[in-house]
Design a protein. Structure first.
Length: 113
Protein backbone atom coordinates (compact mmCIF):
# COMPACT_ATOMS: atom_id res chain seq x y z
CA UNK A 1 0.00 0.00 0.00
CA UNK A 2 1.13 3.49 -0.71
CA UNK A 3 1.67 6.08 2.02
CA UNK A 4 -1.43 7.97 0.85
CA UNK A 5 -3.54 4.80 1.09
CA UNK A 6 -2.18 4.07 4.56
CA UNK A 7 -2.99 7.62 5.67
CA UNK A 8 -6.52 7.28 4.29
CA UNK A 9 -6.96 3.97 6.15
CA UNK A 10 -5.57 5.54 9.35
CA UNK A 11 -8.15 8.31 9.01
CA UNK A 12 -10.94 5.77 8.50
CA UNK A 13 -9.84 3.77 11.54
CA UNK A 14 -9.56 6.86 13.73
CA UNK A 15 -13.03 8.02 12.61
CA UNK A 16 -14.54 4.61 13.45
CA UNK A 17 -12.78 4.62 16.84
CA UNK A 18 -14.16 8.08 17.66
CA UNK A 19 -17.69 7.13 16.56
CA UNK A 20 -17.63 3.90 18.54
CA UNK A 21 -16.28 5.59 21.66
CA UNK A 22 -18.93 8.29 21.43
CA UNK A 23 -21.72 5.69 21.28
CA UNK A 24 -20.59 3.78 24.39
CA UNK A 25 -21.95 6.22 27.03
CA UNK A 26 -25.38 6.21 25.36
CA UNK A 27 -25.38 2.41 25.20
CA UNK A 28 -24.31 2.18 28.84
CA UNK A 29 -27.21 4.43 29.82
CA UNK A 30 -29.67 2.43 27.72
CA UNK A 31 -28.39 -0.85 29.21
CA UNK A 32 -29.14 0.08 32.81
CA UNK A 33 -31.41 -2.21 34.79
CA UNK A 34 -35.12 -1.55 34.70
CA UNK A 35 -36.03 -0.59 38.25
CA UNK A 36 -38.88 -2.65 39.71
CA UNK A 37 -40.39 0.40 41.41
CA UNK A 38 -40.89 2.30 38.16
CA UNK A 39 -44.59 2.37 37.38
CA UNK A 40 -44.82 0.68 34.02
CA UNK A 41 -47.48 -1.66 32.78
CA UNK A 42 -46.61 -5.35 32.58
CA UNK A 43 -46.13 -5.29 28.79
CA UNK A 44 -44.20 -2.03 28.88
CA UNK A 45 -41.87 -3.50 31.53
CA UNK A 46 -41.31 -6.58 29.35
CA UNK A 47 -40.53 -4.32 26.38
CA UNK A 48 -38.11 -2.29 28.51
CA UNK A 49 -36.34 -5.46 29.64
CA UNK A 50 -36.18 -6.66 26.03
CA UNK A 51 -34.77 -3.29 24.89
CA UNK A 52 -32.19 -3.46 27.68
CA UNK A 53 -31.04 -6.87 26.44
CA UNK A 54 -30.76 -5.62 22.86
CA UNK A 55 -28.78 -2.56 24.00
CA UNK A 56 -26.47 -4.75 26.10
CA UNK A 57 -25.67 -6.84 23.01
CA UNK A 58 -25.09 -3.74 20.88
CA UNK A 59 -22.82 -2.38 23.62
CA UNK A 60 -20.89 -5.68 23.73
CA UNK A 61 -20.44 -5.60 19.95
CA UNK A 62 -19.33 -1.96 20.04
CA UNK A 63 -16.70 -2.72 22.69
CA UNK A 64 -15.45 -5.71 20.68
CA UNK A 65 -15.24 -3.60 17.52
CA UNK A 66 -13.38 -0.87 19.40
CA UNK A 67 -10.80 -3.43 20.53
CA UNK A 68 -10.41 -4.67 16.93
CA UNK A 69 -10.05 -1.11 15.61
CA UNK A 70 -7.41 -0.32 18.23
CA UNK A 71 -5.57 -3.52 17.27
CA UNK A 72 -5.76 -2.48 13.60
CA UNK A 73 -4.28 0.91 14.49
CA UNK A 74 -1.51 -0.88 16.38
CA UNK A 75 -0.80 -3.10 13.34
CA UNK A 76 -0.72 0.02 11.19
CA UNK A 77 1.82 1.64 13.53
CA UNK A 78 3.95 -1.52 13.47
CA UNK A 79 3.90 -1.66 9.66
CA UNK A 80 2.10 -5.01 9.42
CA UNK A 81 -1.38 -3.70 8.62
CA UNK A 82 -3.11 -4.99 5.49
CA UNK A 83 -1.40 -8.39 5.43
CA UNK A 84 -3.57 -11.45 5.97
CA UNK A 85 -2.59 -13.20 9.19
CA UNK A 86 -3.43 -16.62 7.71
CA UNK A 87 -2.01 -16.62 4.18
CA UNK A 88 0.32 -13.57 4.39
CA UNK A 89 -1.10 -12.08 1.19
CA UNK A 90 -2.02 -8.42 0.99
CA UNK A 91 -5.65 -7.71 1.93
CA UNK A 92 -7.33 -5.72 -0.87
CA UNK A 93 -7.68 -2.00 -0.16
CA UNK A 94 -11.42 -2.12 -0.87
CA UNK A 95 -11.95 -4.63 1.95
CA UNK A 96 -9.88 -2.53 4.35
CA UNK A 97 -11.87 0.59 3.49
CA UNK A 98 -15.12 -1.21 4.32
CA UNK A 99 -13.85 -3.30 7.25
CA UNK A 100 -10.73 -1.50 8.48
CA UNK A 101 -10.35 -3.91 11.42
CA UNK A 102 -10.04 -6.90 9.04
CA UNK A 103 -7.00 -9.04 9.72
CA UNK A 104 -7.67 -11.74 7.13
CA UNK A 105 -8.46 -11.58 3.43
CA UNK A 106 -11.90 -12.49 2.09
CA UNK A 107 -10.70 -15.88 0.89
CA UNK A 108 -9.33 -16.84 4.31
CA UNK A 109 -12.33 -15.36 6.12
CA UNK A 110 -14.71 -17.52 4.07
CA UNK A 111 -12.79 -20.73 4.80
CA UNK A 112 -13.62 -22.71 7.94
CA UNK A 113 -10.85 -22.77 10.49
Amino acid sequence: MTDAELQRIRSIIETHIAETRSSLPYLAEESKAVEPNVSLGRLTRMEAISDKSVNEEIQRQAKARLEKLLAALDRLDKGVYGVCLRCSKEIPLGRLEIVPEAFVCVECASRPR
